[in-house]
Design a protein around this ligand. Sequence first.
Ligand SMILES: *Cc1c(COP(=O)(O)O)cnc(C)c1O
Length: 391
Amino acid sequence: MIIESRNPVQRVLMGPGPSTVDPRILRAMSEPTLGHLDPQFLKIMNECMDMLRYIFNTENRLTIPMSGTGSSGMETTFVNILEPGDKVVIGVNGVFGMRMADMAGRCGAQVIQVEAPWGKPIDPADVDNALAKNSGVKFFAVVHAETSTGVLQPLKELADICKKYDVIFLADTVTSLGGVPVDIDDNGVDVSFSGTQKCLGCPPGLAPVTFNEKASKAVKSRKTKVQSWYLDLSMIEQYWGNERVYHHTAPINMIYALHESLRIIVEEGRESRFKRHKKNHKALGDGLEAMGLSLIVDREYRLPSLTTVYAPEGINEADVRKQLLEKYNMEIGGGLGVFKGRAWRIGLMGYASNQANVFLCLTALGNILESMDRKVDKKAALEAAAAVYSS
Ligand SMILES: *Cc1c(COP(=O)(O)O)cnc(C)c1O
């Protein structure tokens, strides 16, 4: 037997996720595995919950990481709140809104979609309309950071509308947590889920979730058992709470990774971290525009952790990505849905959101486009990015 496939090189991961993992986190993952009820491990769990509350900016007691990637966080919030026959309203303006609508349907819920064009935010007036027309809606769900389009959805106004109709407000914060303020309590978000592999800068594998009293009450007052045994919070809460009852074995070393990533966030400070993401995003965006490319999203809704940009007309965008990977070890994402074949998605998340990556990306993209006989202004791109850092 010849086994030779696993010999990964160090890539610059600037796609829609996973993002490059901080070496400190990889080292933490190689520490000795403890038992899932070891007193030392219980302390690590407690610190994880405290630090998750810090980055979610919430007082919610029920704030824990679920075992599984971001989608398992999505599924956790849906299967625990929804019962067959419930009515939900879901904002759909990209892939992840579509995924939420699919999941709600699988839970047996009646799904009402509020749509916006890809690349635009959901219009609060449309949500108000939908909630006015449909009574007895269990929750309204929206994607805070749509990774398929690069739109950052303002939350506050949507939360106020949900309050007006006494509807639970659910937000997908997978691509915002750790890179953009999510301010769960101040924004009036009742329940949210995220993932470790985007702006937290961890490998994929955990999904932090947070439920306030209103959302927890909906879970507690359900009439039927949660259909998923694995994601049933009434049991998982007893492991993360004071009871420490075994449910499933926690992915110990993945929890070390989360713990280390949160410790890095506490060291850096959440405000400085958000500032860093914003600055690098601006440098990249200004650079791309100075090069002669057009960004997809209007300035005020641009997502600091993910920039979407149109590929020049007539360019094979997949070929450019292939060259980036082969010649520069850099991964970026291709467009999805209406942007398929026409755009790139460039992530600057967590550890990967740094000045060196911005300059490398602009240089590499400029070189490749030039080699395809495209007129791009590489010099202007680098100057525009440099101007952001010197201001
Ligand atoms: C990545 C992502 C998810 C799904 O997370 P996985 O880790 O791929 O399961 C959900 N929502 C958004 C907005 C995402 O970007």
